[in-house]
Design a protein around this ligand. Sequence first.
Ligand code: SAH
Length: 180
Amino acid sequence: MVVKAAVRAPLRNTWKSNPKVEQRSAPRERLFLILLGLGEFILPFVFVMTPWLRAFDYRLPHWAGWLGAGLMVASLAVFAKTHADLNKFWSPVLELIEDHKLITTGIYSRVRHPMYASQWLFVIAQALLLHNWVAGLAGLVIFVPFYFIRVRAEEQMLLDRFGPKYEAYLQSTGAIFPKI
Ligand code: SAH
């Protein structure tokens, strides 16, 4: 979470000063972001720092922790790359800014949602690292519905804005896995 916050900090400032021209489903989006914070940060933090959630522990073999650590490193690497490539067009909620450009280069030339791909890796890693039904699975339980609802709304927004250009982009890329 510290690495993620550090990667995002400069873009958060840019985002605040960006002139926005459109925002979609902001209240629902904000609620999801709060729940995600609970699932991927607060509950894991409580699990690590206190004994309160111990009643919900489960056991996974030793290798699961190493696999989880590997996936976490991959998640953070993809997260950093997406922020470098998307740059000022990043926003925490669905929105478009003045002169919004469709980014189709870098990691975005292969997949449309690499930031959400990094989030998938994160929540899977969380379940492998924290052997607890509450703290381990909270990220997955909250992120999975968020992902499907968000991607649908985001692609509709970008289709409305960029039309045929986004349709072509849809054809040539995968959502979170590169098209073969
Ligand atoms: N779904 C992307 C981006 C997440 S950030 C990913 O997973 O990497 C969300 C914001 O990014 C949205 O508000 C949208 O305006 C913007 N966005 C998404 N894809 C974009 C693209 N290819 N080019 C420019 N902006 C994009």
